[in-house]
Design a protein around this ligand. Sequence first.
Ligand SMILES: [Fe+2]
Length: 141
Amino acid sequence: MPKEWSESYSLHHAAIDAQHQELFRLANSVEVLEPKETTKEVLASLIKQFFNYMREHFVDEELYMQSIDYPLLTVHQKQHEDIITAMTDLLKNTKGIEALQTKMKIVSHKWLVEHILENDLKIVKWLKESNSIELDDYVIL
Ligand SMILES: [Fe+2]
């Protein structure tokens, strides 16, 4: 089943939340394709869109972390780098539409959902602990 963005993933930052939602949308658009009715070109173009958007998003998220002097910025940057490296390897070494779709499910779960839940949400935790944010506040870029 495709994953959906949930309010509980919110970073209390409108632009970053919107990007996370778009990443879920792009990942889901790959997952719901019917392998028999999909050409390699269509799948490749969707995966490329997802990958490019993810890279742009990582840059924006890192700029945001920098702007708030987030102490785990370097660790978080390394996690983004690892995701990009793993995804590049996967795309290079996976052949066939069904195999690529299966790998994309792993990407959307492991790298998208787990990364947001385990690491991106640490930013919110830190903001709250350092009293920079009230629970319902939104930070604007
Ligand atoms: Fe992140």
